[in-house]
Design a protein around this ligand. Sequence first.
Ligand SMILES: *Cc1c(COP(=O)(O)O)cnc(C)c1O
Length: 468
Amino acid sequence: MNWDDFAQWGAKIADWGADYHKTLRDRPVRPAVKPGEIIAKLPASPPESPEGMEQIMQDFERVVMPGLTHWQHPRFFAYFPANAAPPSMLAEMLVTTLAPQCMLWQTSPAATEMEIRMLDWLRQSIGLPDGFSGVIQDSASSATLAAVLVMRERALNWQGNQKGLAGGPTPRIYCSDQVHTSIDRAAWVSGIGQDNLIKIPTVKGDPLRRMDTGALQATIAADRAAGHLPAGLIGVTGATGMGACDRISDLAAIARAENLYLHIDAAWAGAAMICPEFRALWDGIDLADSVVFNPHKWLGAQFDCSAHFIRDPDALRQTLAIRPEYLKTHGHSDVTDYSEWSIPLGRRFRALKLWFLIRSYGLSGLRAMIRNHVKWSQDLAGRLAAEPDFEITSQPILSLFTFKRKGDTDQQTQALVEAINADGRIYLTQTKLDGQTVIRFQAGAFGTEERDAHTAFDTILEIARTAP
Ligand SMILES: *Cc1c(COP(=O)(O)O)cnc(C)c1O
């Protein structure tokens, strides 16, 4: 491909993207394909001769488009959002074109310095004190793994990387039973192991399902008596299932008394903290050792962009930095080499989309979006609660709530979710709450409008009253 063709196709694809987004409401959110349908349309072997871009784009429409779930759809109410605001897409187009590797300051000084500044903008935006430094990780899972590795090294006097875990007591980590599976995987990958990730129950009947800190203290005391090595505590603000929020100030007091490293997973809910009125949900966050939230979820910075804030970056570097001769930056001892802050060496230029995004909307624009989502979600919960055959099983936490049709078994609830999603107008998912299957609703897509929440109400009622 020559650069004239590139310019021509680039313009065509930008037009295609605008048309796609303008007509997204007319498409079903989830495709009606069966497993194997797409792969059957792909040739089993690669072409020997070159093919034209025209043909490739036609096949993209024919093969790929029918098999997509539309995450940017205004009526995507499943999981959590993965928003790609248009200015962040444009920034990603530039980054894709430049394709720099941003592992060291000298491998792209603008990328490193932009990242430092953008993470500080985000820090201020969500109300974290200025003692926190930030880095962009590829995912919240990676940020949490990095935090768990710091917990391990700190507890083992920085000997774990060298000596491994055999022989000594194994560090133990505590969290509630509401946390995301990325915490389990961090325990696996760090060598700490599932048996040393201790899940503390949440307080029965608590609307925020916070961790039972009495049970936490009793467990830590029993573990110490048994010769285990308590190393860290992971709290959550806005857990994936129903939005559970631990009381971070209580966790921080215990972490301090027990000398535990405290990490907070606010992957989804952290974005809402740009609105000061929601910060009560993570009161005490200033006392955490690290915090992660995903601007690639609710805020609108195209995937991937996970903001990881750390009180003591030296501890993180001591855990992860490795400096072979070929990676040394001679003559600059005062620069930040971000690859020392994360597990992969190679890094994309992710900060540019934050710059484009935050400048294009301003914090006021992003706050208005989040406040709307919270309000529409609360309104919908109120309307469903007023219907005689529905019950709200957990009240809205920010823009997330759960509900079910009264009297349904787990199987019937699951069947209702399937029927709603097969209809195509909206897309929802289910979760388990206190052992029973419930339906999850969250509003958070960049393109969602109030009328989309009304469509959700109409669709849910219509399907619930006509489906078996
Ligand atoms: C989405 C989510 C994660 C995982 O985020 P990734 O960036 O996909 O790793 C972790 N914790 C919570 C609470 C989440 O909502």
